[in-house]
Structures are given as structure tokens and as C-alpha cells.
Write a protein that binds this ligand. Structure first.
Ligand code: ZN
Length: 439
């Protein structure tokens, strides 16, 4: 069954292309959990959305963690005795272990090898490695390049700084009719990797942009563009008093690959966000997967830590670690595609549409069925293909609107799509057969 969407229709081709274009612009930047790459990325997003940048000084205690020193890199290479750069940061920022300490030295191949990382089963790909919380240095390269390195002495240069500075994150707050919030969070710290997680950064940006055109909404929205793990820990530590306003949330990650949509439930498992995403995926006509919460993954780990236990799930396509391109140079601009980005965005919007409209009503004529015919409600939607669905949905909404059962509960019980139940409720409300229960 289909229902006319009251929202302005998105043009999936155009919006997918625009998100892809944004990803292409951000792709070359060397990001990390702190530093100028992250700042430049967030400032770039300010062209599309009024993101506010926050700086949290290195050394700040955030729960059991400490905001690390700030890392910035200018150049890095390994040069052979003949003067040829055999590994060059300028060709790919993945070549340097992210957060490598500065170094300038010479060493024989055998000693150098202890600092080199490859993926033997994918000999042309460069792995993505990090060393955030242990001072170390290293290079990542294709296995084929490693095999071709000749014995001899190599010059090793990492022209980077690791000094007191700050951690940067971006925040956008869209005020709604209620102070209750929906949190949208994405990690923005990975260098030249597209699905993980420029796809999430791009989707969250366009989600914010789309919602800004629809204001005022029922809920307030808070978008966080943060470095993974330390960013969500830092935000939670600095905003503890505020956290109980967050009623629902989604972590946006890996949303541009060809895989099916996958939803990882919140730790609560039966929260409204879990119910809403499951409903949208079940009625999407596409393959999908629902997974229970696990304490591993992205920033939902922090939002769902037992002290917070927020209703935050993670809606991805192929989840982290489950695609072979994950954390390698093959997670590139060929791996993510506009059509998948657009499809993911449409699912996010559909989920938010459910949350925005998932209200509770009371039937004003609960003693036997109200006579719909005399109110012109039978056949009122004549000419529409889904007339009989609407009439049947009307009976469901009237019967179950007891002030406690939400429209989403009614959709689930009746088997109808949320859209049709919501449209039915609007018609009944317009005919004074329902009254809304305010939260
Ligand atoms: Zn990652």
C-alpha cells in the first residue's frame, strides 16, 4: 500500500549526488581524533549547516579518559639509499600510522620492517592503522611494495607534532516545539576512508539540512560530529546534566556501500527508536538485518554504557568490520555510491517521520463504533487505490486509541504501515473522533 507523502519529495538522484560530492571534497583530508584535518573538515561542513565548533583542551579529564595531545602532520616518507621515496604520505594519508610520533632517522630494512603494516591477502591495498593512546610510529603500505623493498638503509621521516592543544568537535542544535531531543551522532575522525565514515558525515549533514527546511519540528535535534570514542566520551562528560533530554538517537556509520541496511538496537532493545527503525525496515520491501546490542562498535557503546543507557541505536548498511574494504585504501570513492547514500538518507528520514508523528490518542466515542458513514468517512477517499486500507486502518485506530497505545503500536498490531495509520489518525482527529494525549 502507498500513501501520499505529505513531506516535500526528495529527489534521490540529486541528493545522493550531492552527498557523494561532499564526500569527494572531504576525502583527501588527513583527519584524526584531534588536529587541523578534523577542524578543516568541520569548517567545510559549515558551508551546508551552521555547525558550532567546540575545542576541549588536551589533558581534560573525561570520566576514565584524558583528552590526548593534539596531533598534526605535514609530511612523512620512507626513502631508499638511492633517494627514491618508497612510501610517501603525499600519495595517501593512510601510509602513515595515524597519530605517529615525529621521527627523523635512518635504519636498515630489518629494523624498519617492525614499523611496517600490510594486508597480505589484499596485496595492493593499504591498511588503516592508528596509535592514539600509545606513542609510536609506523607506515602502512601494499604488500607488493613491501616485497619489492631491497636490503639496505632507509631514511624515515614523520614530520608531525604531538603537543598540548585541543580536541575539536562539531555540534548543531535545531530547536523544536519540545525540549525533548533526538540525537544524531557520527564519527568524523577517519582520514581517507569513505564508507567508514565520510558516508556518515555526509548523510548527517544532509539530514540536518533537510530537517532545517522543515522547522519547527516536534522534537529538538542535536547533531554531533565527533572523533570516535574519545569524542562521545568527552561530549557525555561535559553534558551530563543535559543527557536526560535525549529521548531517541541514532549513530550514523557506514551508509554508502551496496550492502543491505542493518540496524543495531539500543542496549534497551525495546525502545521507541528500536521499534521505529524495525518498522521502517520491515515495510521497506528491501532485505535488511536487525541485530541485538553488543558492547562493541561505534559511539553507541558510550551512549549505551550502563550509566547512561540512552535509547540510541546504530543504523548502517554493512556494519563495521563486515566488509573486506573496511579500514583499507579500498574503502574509497568507488566503494560508496550516490544511490546507496540516497537510500540510506531516505530510511533515516522515514524513521524520524515516525518519531515525529508517533503520538497517542483517545477515541471520543468509545461506546460501540462511531457511525462513520454519516460523517462521510466511508468512501471519503474514493478514487484512491488504498481506500479499503484506509477504512480498515480507521477501525484499528478507533479501536486501539485508548490513550496508552501509540500510533506505531497500532501500526504494528494491525500490520499496516505507519504512514497509513498516521494519515488515518489525522482524518479522525479532523472529525473530532480522536483527541491527542499530550506527553
Ligand atoms: Zn573505523
Amino acid at each position: 500500500m502507498t500513501v501520499e507523502n505529505p513531506q516535500p519529495k526528495l529527489e534521490p538522484d540529486r541528493v545522493g549526488q550531492e552527498i557523494y560530492q561532499l564526500i569527494s571534497e572531504l576525502y583527501p583530508i588527513c583527519r584524526s581524533i584531534t588536529g587541523d584535518g578534523l577542524r578543516v573538515t568541520l569548517r567545510h561542513l559549515q558551508r551546508d549547516i551552521p555547525l558550532e565548533l567546540h575545542e576541549v583542551p588536551s589533558g581534560t579529564q573525561v570520566f576514565d579518559w584524558i583528552v590526548p595531545k593534539e596531533w598534526n602532520i605535514r609530511d612523512a616518507y620512507v626513502k631508499s639509499a638511492s633517494g627514491k621515496k618508497v612510501i610517501d604520505f603525499q600519495h595517501s594519508n593512510l601510509h602513515v600510522v595515524n597519530y605517529s610520533s615525529p621521527i627523523q632517522t635512518r635504519m636498515p630494512l630489518e629494523a624498519l620492517k617492525e614499523h611496517l603494516h600490510t594486508i597480505p591477502e589484499h596485496p595492493d591495498w593499504i591498511p588503516y592503522k592508528t596509535s592514539y593512546y600509545k606513542e609510536n610510529w609506523g607506515f602502512c603500505l601494499p604488500q607488493r611494495t613491501l616485497q619489492d623493498l631491497e636490503e639496505g638503509e632507509y631514511e624515515v621521516v614523520v614530520d608531525a607534532s604531538l603537543e598540548p592543544g585541543s580536541l575539536t568537535y562539531g555540534e548543531l542544535y535545531l530547536k523544536g516545539q519540545s525540549e525533548d531531543e533526538i540525537l544524531i551522532s557520527c564519527h568524523s575522525c577517519h582520514p581517507s576512508l569513505c564508507n567508514d565514515n565520510l558516508s556518515g558525515v555526509g548523510l548527517a549533514t544532509y539530514l540536518a539540512k533537510t530537517l532545517m527546511d522543515r522547522l519547527p519540528l516536534r522534537y529538538s535535534y542535536r547533531f554531533l560530529f565527533i572523533p570516535g570514542t574519545i569524542g562521545s566520551i568527552t561530549w557525555l562528560a561535559l553534558n551530563q546534566d543535559h543527557v536526560d533530554r535525549i529521548k531517541h538517537g541514532l549513530v550514523v556509520a557506514c551508509v554508502g556501500d551496496p550492502g543491505m541496511l542493518t540496524y543495531k538496537k539500543s542496549r534497551r532493545g525495546t525502545a521507541e527508536i528500536d521499534q521505529a527503525v524495525t518498522h521502517i525496515l520491515r515495510h521497506s520491501g528491501q532485505e535488511y538485518e536487525i541485530q541485538d546490542f553488543t558492547p562493541y562498535g561505534y559511539d553507541e557503546r558510550q551512549y549505551c554504557s550502563p550509566g547512561f543507557n540512552l535509547a540510541v541505536g546504530c543504523l548502517s548498511r554493512t556494519p563495521h568490520g563486515c566488509f573486506q574494504e573496511y579500514h583499507t585504501s579500498a574503502d574509497n570513492l568507488d566503494f560508496v555510491q550516490p544511490a546507496y547514500l540516497a537510500d540510506s538518507l531516505s530510511k533515516y528520514l522515514a524513521v524520524l517521520d515516525v518519531l515525529e508523528n508517533n503520538k497517542k490518542y483517545i477515541n471520543t466515542i468509545p461506546m460501540c463504533e462511531p457511525q462513520l458513514g454519516k460523517r462521510g468517512l466511508y468512501g471519503a477517499m474514493g478514487g484512491r487505490k488504498d481506500t479499503s486500507d484506509l477504512e480498515m486502518a480507521m477501525l484499528w485506530v478507533l479501536n486501539l486509541s485508548d490513550g496508552e497505545t501509540s500510533l506505531l503500536d497500532i501500526a504494528e498490531k494491525s500490520g499496516y504501515e505507519f504512514n497509513i495509520i498516521n494519515e488515518t489518525a489525522s482524518i479522525l482527529l479532523g472529525n473530532q473522533l480522536l483527541v491527542e494525549i499530550k506527553d
